[in-house]
Design a protein around this ligand. Structure first.
Ligand code: WT7
Length: 631
C-alpha cells in the first residue's frame, strides 16, 4: 500500500514535502509496487514539448500489481462484485484468484487471435464483468485498450476505431439497461461497414443471449474463444512509459481525441489517490457507479481499487430501475462502505423524493464521493443529509480524462468540508490560477483559469497519433503549465471551487461534449445551413444543449424538424448529445471577422437576456433582436 494520510495535519506535512521534493515523494510511493526492473530516473520534466516521463527505464506489468500481488495474501477475498440490471437475477462475484484466472484465460484468447503488445483493442460493451476482464487481459499482454462508451453511435464508434487503427472489437450482443434491451452487436456491425479495415476479429460476449448475426471468419463468441485457453498467462514486461490505454474525449474543436495514459505513472497515481481520497481500509466494499466507458470507470472501478486489493462493485443497470431506490438497495445489499457517483444522478434521485433512501439500511457507508461536474449546493446538502445522515464526509473530486486520477478533493473525513468546494490538491499536485495573459494569480480569495504547474505521474502523455494536438490544446495556452480548460476560485483558506469550463466544452450529465462536435452532427441534416450549439443551465443534467439552427428552406413543420435534428445527432454521436432546445433562426450573431459570438447565444439560451454585454462589435446587431423576440 502507498502512504496513507491520517489526518489533516498529516496531509499538510505530506503535501509540503511532496511539493518540495516531488521525485522523492513519488519514488517512495512507486516502491510499494512490484517492478520487474527498477527505474533509473524518477522524472524527466519537459512540460513544453511535452515529453514528461515518470519512472524512466522501470519495467513492470500493471496486472501483476492488480492481481498476482494479492494472490498469496488475499486470493480468496472478493475482488469484484457484479450487480446485474435485473435485481431478481443473482449477483456474481470474483475472488482475486478467480479474476486472475479469468484475466489470464482472456489474455491467452487475445494472443490466440493474433493480438500482440502495442496492438489496439476496442471495447464496446455494457457494464459486465467481461469488460473488466477484457481490459485487464489487454494490459496483461501489453495490448492497448480503447474502451468506447456503449451509448455512442455507430459513426462515433467507427471514428474511434479508425483513429486508433484497432485490430479487434470486443462487444456484447445486447445491453440490458433498465427496461430496455439495447442492441450492441448491431451497432458494431454498422460501424464496421464504415471502412474500419484494421479490424480482423470481433469477439461477442453473450449478455442477454439473444441471437445476433455472426460474420464468418470475423465474429467469434467470447465463450467459444476462451474455451480451452489456459488460466495462467505470463504477463508481458512493459516499460513504465509504454501506453496502457487510449480513451477518447471531447475538446473545443474537431473530433474527439484519444488521450493516452502509460503504465507506470498511472498505476502509482490511481492507487495512491484511491486509497487516500476514499480512505479505503482492508475489507471495505467500494462502489463507483460510473461506466467504464469513461475515465472514472478506468481509474476508480478497475485500476485504483484492484491495485489496492479492494472489493469493487460494478453495476450494470441504471439508478431508477426497477425504481428510484436501486442505488440504496445495492448499498444495503453489499454493505457498501464507499459510494462514488455523479451530481446528475444525485439531482435525479433527489427530484424523485426523500423517501427512497429512507427505506434502506445505509449504515455501512463511510465516505460519499461525487465527480464529473460542479455539484450545486442543494444536491450537496441532500447527499450529505439524506444519504450521509449529516455525519458522512463528501469528497467532491475534481479531475479529468487527461489527469488520469483525482487532483483536487477532500480525503475521506480528514479534510475540511465546504459545500460545492472540491477543496485542496492531493499530494504532488500543484494547481494554480492564472489570468488570460498567463500570469499567475497568487494569494487566496481569487478567481482565474485553473492550471497545473508541475507534472504528476498519471498525466496525459499524448493524444493518439497527433502529439502536436496534445501540445497545442493543453500545453501551449500558458508557458510551462498544463491548462485544464476549467475556471476556478480559491477561497480565503485556499480551498478550490471549480466553476466550470471556460472553453467550448459542455458538460451534460457529467458527459463531456464539444460544441463543434454537436454542430457538425446537426449540420449533417439536409436542411441546415449553419448552426451554433451552446450549453445552458439544466436542473438535472447540470448543462443542457441548446442549438440555434439556420435552415436552408423554410421549415413548415417545426416539430418534425426538431425530431429529425435529434435523430441526426443520435446517429452521428449518440443519444447523449441530443439537443434539449432547438431554435430556428435566420442568422447567428457574428463578429466582423466572422466568428460566432457565443457569449450572446449562451446568455439568451440561459434566459439571461437583460445584460447581453457589448454587442457593438457585431457585424449584424439586428439578429440579436430577432433572437430575443423568439421565445
Ligand atoms: C471535466 C472533465 C473526471 C472524471 C469525469 C469527468 C468537470 C469533473 C468535477 C468536479 C466540478 C468537475 C470539469 C472537468 N469536472 N469533476 N468535482 N467539480 N467540475 O471527466 O469527461 O474528462 O471531464 O469535468 O469541467 O474539466 P471528463
Amino acid at each position: 500500500m502507498t502512504l496513507k494520510i491520517k489526518d489533516f495535519k498529516h496531509y499538510k506535512k505530506v503535501y509540503a514535502d511532496s511539493v518540495k521534493n516531488p521525485e522523492k515523494f513519488w519514488a517512495k510511493q512507486a516502491k510499494t509496487f512490484n517492478w520487474r526492473k527498477p527505474w533509473k530516473k524518477v522524472l524527466e520534466n519537459d512540460f513544453r514539448t511535452p515529453a514528461v516521463k515518470w519512472f524512466v527505464g522501470g519495467k513492470l506489468n500493471i496486472t501483476e500489481n492488480c492481481l498476482d500481488r494479492h494472490l498469496k495474501t488475499q486470493g480468496d477475498e472478493t475482488a469484484l462484485i457484479w450487480e446485474p440490471n435485473d435485481p431478481s437475477r443473482p449477483f456474481v462475484t470474483y475472488t482475486y484468484k478467480e479474476l486472475y484466472q479469468a484475466v489470464c484465460q482472456a489474455a491467452n484468447m487475445l494472443k490466440s487471435k493474433g493480438i500482440k503488445k502495442g496492438d489496439r483493442v476496442c471495447f464496446y460493451m455494457p457494464m459486465v464483468p467481461e469488460l473488466t476482464i477484457g481490459v485487464l487481459a489487454c494490459a496483461r499482454i501489453g495490448a492497448i485498450h480503447s474502451v468506447v462508451f456503449a451509448g455512442f453511435s455507430a459513426s462515433a464508434l467507427a471514428d474511434r476505431i479508425k483513429d486508433a487503427t484497432c485490430k479487434m472489437v470486443i462487444c456484447s450482443d445486447f445491453n440490458a439497461r433498465g427496461s430496455k434491451n439495447i442492441p450492441v452487436k448491431k451497432v458494431v456491425d454498422e460501424a464496421l461497414k464504415k471502412k474500419c479495415d484494421s479490424i480482423e476479429t470481433v469477439i461477442v460476449h453473450q449478455n442477454t443471449g439473444e441471437k445476433v448475426p455472426m460474420k464468418k471468419n470475423r465474429d467469434v463468441y467470447w465463450h467459444k474463444a476462451i474455451e480451452g485457453q489456459s488460466k495462467s498467462c505470463r504477463a508481458t514486461q512493459m516499460d513504465a512509459e509504454d501506453p496502457l490505454f487510449v480513451l477518447y474525449t471531447s475538446g473545443s474543436t474537431g473530433k474527439p481525441k484519444g488521450v493516452v495514459h502509460t503504465c507506470g505513472g498511472y498505476m502509482v497515481y490511481t492507487a495512491f489517490s484511491f486509497q487516500n481520497v476514499f480512505q479505503y481500509e482492508k475489507g471495505d466494499v467500494y462502489w463507483c457507479t460510473a461506466d467504464i466507458g469513461w475515465i472514472t470507470g478506468h481509474s476508480y472501478i478497475i485500476y485504483g481499487p484492484l491495485l489496492s486489493g479492494a472489493t469493487t462493485v460494478m453495476s450494470e443497470g441504471v439508478p431508477t430501475y426497477p425504481d428510484a431506490g436501486r442505488f440504496w438497495h445495492i448499498c444495503e445489499k453489499h454493505k457498501v462502505n464507499q459510494f462514488y457517483t455523479a451530481p446528475t444522478a444525485i439531482r435525479a434521485l433527489m427530484a424523485l423524493g426523500d423517501h427512497w433512501p429512507s427505506h434502506y439500511d445505509l449504515s455501512h457507508l463511510k465516505v460519499l464521493g461525487t465527480v464529473g461536474e460542479p455539484i450545486n449546493e442543494e444536491a450537496w446538502n441532500w447527499y450529505k443529509d439524506k444519504i450521509g445522515k449529516n455525519t458522512l464526509p463528501i469528497v467532491d473530486t475534481w479531475w479529468q480524462t487527461e489527469t488520469g486520477g483525482i487532483m483536487i478533493s477532500g480525503l475521506g473525513d480528514l479534510s475540511p468540508q465546504k459545500a460545492t468546494f472540491a477543496g485542496y490538491p492531493l499530494p504532488g499536485i500543484q494547481p494554480c490560477l492564472v489570468n488570460a495573459q498567463g500570469k499567475e494569480i497568487k494569494g487566496n480569495g481569487k478567481e482565474g483559469l485553473l492550471c497545473i504547474k508541475f507534472p504528476w505521474p498519471s498525466m496525459i502523455r499524448t493524444t493518439y497519433g497527433d502529439h502536436e494536438r496534445c501540445r497545442q490544446v493543453y500545453f501551449s495556452a500558458f508557458d510551462n503549465m498544463y491548462f485544464t480548460g476549467d475556471g476556478a476560485r480559491r477561497d480565503k483558506k485556499g480551498m478550490y471551487r471549480i466553476i466550470g469550463r471556460v472553453d467550448d466544452v459542455i458538460n451534460v450529465s457529467g458527459h463531456r461534449m464539444g460544441t463543434a462536435e454537436v454542430e457538425n452532427a446537426v449540420n449533417e441534416h439536409d436542411n441546415v445551413v449553419e448552426s451554433a450549439v451552446v450549453g445552458y443551465p439544466h436542473d438535472i443534467k447540470g448543462q443542457g444543449i441548446f442549438a440555434y439552427i439556420i435552415p436552408n428552406k423554410k421549415v413548415t413543420n417545426e416539430a418534425a424538424f426538431v425530431k429529425e435534428i435529434r435523430a441526426v445527432v443520435t446517429k452521428e454521436i449518440g443519444p447523449i448529445a441530443k439537443p434539449d432546445q432547438i431554435r430556428i433562426v435566420s442568422a447567428l450573431p457574428k463578429t466582423r471577422s466572422g466568428k460566432i459570438m457565443r457569449r450572446i447565444l449562451r446568455k439568451i439560451a440561459s434566459g439571461d437576456t437583460k445584460n447581453l454585454g457589448d454587442t457593438s462589435t457585431l457585424l449584424n446587431p439586428e439578429v440579436v433582436k430577432e433572437l430575443l423576440k423568439k421565445k
